[in-house]
Design a protein around this ligand. Sequence first.
Ligand SMILES: [Zn+2]
Ligand SMILES: [Zn+2]
Length: 177
Amino acid sequence: MRIVVTDLVGHPGETRAVDTAVPASAFGDDPWGPTVDAVRDPIGLDLHLDSVVEGILVRGTIHYDVQMPCGRCLVPQDEQVDANVTELFLDPAKREEDEEDDPGYELIDDATALDLSTLARDALVIDLPLRVLCREDCQGLCPTCGGDRNLEDCGHRDEPLRDPRWSALADLELPRE
Ligand SMILES: [Zn+2]
Ligand SMILES: [Zn+2]
């Protein structure tokens, strides 16, 4: 998601609003994070690009509609995530020699553009809910047979979970005195 900023770079104090909605594919084909099944189109951008001496400050909100599995039964759930961002895209020419190795975000193409792809991915992962549930009392999957306990009662509910490492012992015929 590349944005040309030639009108802003070198004009500290200038600002431009970016208020648009774009397909998720505009941010590249990389995965959106380990717990995200899908990011739905469109992704909403409600941002301000502020020209500062060091580069371009990007601030505002990115809106996502994502699909994540229920933490108990794994059925996909639709979640909305609004991520607030404030990130400086540094003009590489303004970077101090002795600054640490990680440059963070930088302007590209001779400081004429910035790419929001990595920022959009990082912001989503930071703001994802730690766990989603399809409903508070989701019964989850049966640890014995893997059945969805919300859909059917497989009858395993009250059995203690056997450790499979010991299951061979259950079949042993011990000699009786
Ligand atoms: Zn569930
Ligand atoms: Zn079961």
